[in-house]
Design a protein around this ligand. Structure first.
Ligand SMILES: [Zn+2]
Length: 306
């Protein structure tokens, strides 16, 4: 790990001494030693981003080929719906509790980067009046075919609407070309007293640091553009005028067989051993809650008007 000059200033603190923390050849992940913010270099063009977020984003059959260029999107997002929604249920419960007593029915809920609508579905069931926005047109088309609630496609930064009682952005901020501005935009769309929830990778968790460039989140060089830890996410949200309520780690509910495949991406031998054990024990479809603490979820509140 050599310190080298980097012309680009850190978006978070303005420092000029970023160094290449991880090197993937065509791409590097830079880290600002002043404030610990990290970003992908070079950043993709608009055309390159557009190419990633197509129909095969949610069904990328080449995902496990374990080549840097193929780790993007999901192997089979649709089949993971029910396990994902168990985790999302807890997020919606938290948001409802932070909004305080009273009916959730009719409360306005915007999910930014709504994907195939799994969170919207859960929040809608809970009584929220929900709406989604996603950059991926094919995801929005899917929601239109499957659900009654609205979703629109387009650039979040140009979105007009609200204010909302709750705004969510799960696993989205790291994909955005201007994440710090996106936090300000999200804050502007939240009503005073409303709740904003955001999840993203924690770049400085113990496991993130141990696995480093082996970690899937760092290797998604076509789509993960910025990396936050608890310090930088707090700084960004506070600058956007939000008050942090709490930061938790965000584990996932996953089937044993899927966990083994994912482990194999980071640690091929350990993953292969686990894959055999899982098959041998007949536990392939057994679910477990797995929390390596590589991901965090932040709940923040927009201060009520004076
Ligand atoms: Zn910095």
């Amino acid at each position: 790990m050599s310190v080298e000059p980097e012309k680009r200033a850190c978006d978070s603190c303005g420092g000029h001494s970023a160094f290449a923390k991880y090197d993937f050849g065509a791409h590097r992940i830079m880290r600002c030693p002043g404030c610990t913010y990290m970003w992908l270099d070079p950043q993709p063009s608009e055309a390159e981003l557009h190419e990633v977020y197509g129909e095969d984003y949610y069904r990328n059959e080449r995902f496990f080929e374990s080549n840097g260029q193929t780790i993007y999107g999901y192997f089979d997002y649709a089949s993971e719906r029910f396990v994902k929604q168990q985790d999302l249920q807890r997020v919606v419960d938290r948001i409802a509790s932070f909004l305080g007593p009273g009916e959730t029915v009719g409360r306005r809920f915007l999910d930014v980067g709504c994907g195939l609508g799994y969170l919207l579905d859960v929040a809608h069931d809970r009584g929220f009046s929900v709406k989604g926005i996603d950059y991926n047109q094919s995801a929005v088309d899917w929601i239109g075919r499957k659900y009654t609630f609205p979703a629109v496609s387009g650039d979040f930064m140009a979105y007009e609407g609200g204010p909302y009682d709750a705004v969510t952005m799960l696993d989205v901020i790291e994909h955005l070309p201007r994440p710090l501005e996106a936090m300000e935009k999200a804050a502007a769309l939240t009503r005073p007293g409303g709740v904003f929830a955001l999840s993203t990778m924690d770049s400085d968790s113990l496991v993130s640091r141990l696995l480093g460039s082996r970690l899937e989140d760092f290797r998604r060089t076509r789509e993960h553009l910025y990396f936050f830890n608890r310090r930088t996410i707090r700084a960004g949200l506070e600058r956007a005028g939000l008050e942090i309520i709490r930061i938790d780690s965000y584990g996932l509910t996953i089937q044993m067989s899927a966990l083994a495949r994912r482990l194999k991406l980071a640690l091929p031998r350990a993953g292969a051993v686990m894959e055999r054990l899982v098959r041998w024990s007949g536990l392939s479809s057994q679910q477990l809650h797995f929390d390596p603490r590589t991901k965090m979820i932040v709940y923040a509140r927009k201060p009520a008007s004076p």
